[in-house]
Design a binder for this molecule. Structure first.
Ligand code: PNS
Length: 175
């Protein structure tokens, strides 16, 4: 355990992983990503291939949307993982996790996740960041519902994601 913590501190580059379903990425996620870069050098935004909930977007689409949103940004690496987050962190040699914390409703789930991950891999730390007020109640689920009901999702997601959502919901076979 001590060795793992030491490895993290010794890195020249401060690295962190921001894991999530990103189904799809929203302006709230982007806000968290930009905030984290104030105190780390490189962020690995990592898409969970099999999230707990059945995703609307295929894993490849979720990765591609993130890649196009962050293309040209050297300090942001888009990646993915299968299985347990702790195994992925171990493989990457990264011991800092970034998560967004919006309202109190996030707290139970996040708290459970932190403590479980800590039990599985002592030495990892999670930093919670709070997004801009206007994104406090923004979620991928809300965005999907707005898109499904033909609402103006452009307010909540990057242009490329809004386009993909419109495509998805224009074909009822697709969802
Ligand atoms: O964007 P989400 O859906 O809130 O992200 C949750 C995610 C994917 C980060 C979390 O479910 C996860 O880490 N899944 C991988 C499986 C795992 O490690 N489970 C144990 C943690 S409780």
């Amino acid at each position: 355990m001590v060795q793992q913590e030491y490895r993290y501190i010794k890195r020249k580059e401060r690295l962190a992983v921001y894991p999530g379903s990103f189904d799809p990425v929203t302006n709230g996620h982007i806000d968290i990503i930009e905030r984290s870069l104030k105190f780390i050098d490189k962020l690995i935004v990592s898409v969970a291939r099999h999230p707990a909930k059945k995703p609307l977007f295929a894993f490849k689409e979720r990765v591609e949307m993130l890649q196009s949103v962050f293309s040209g940004r050297q300090e942001i690496v888009v990646d993915f993982f299968d299985g347990l987050l702790v195994d992925y962190l171990k493989k990457k040699g990264v011991y800092l996790v970034i998560r967004g914390l919006r309202a109190v409703s996030d707290f139970d789930y996040e708290f459970q996740m932190v403590l479980t991950n800590r039990k599985l891999l002592p030495g990892i730390e999670t930093v919670f960041l709070t997004p801009k007020e206007e994104y406090l109640y923004l979620s991928s689920s809300a965005v999907k519902e707005i898109a499904k009901l033909n609402g103006p999702v452009e307010k909540f997601v990057p242009e490329i994601v809004a386009k993909k959502l419109k495509e998805k919901f224009s074909d009822p076979q697709d969802y």
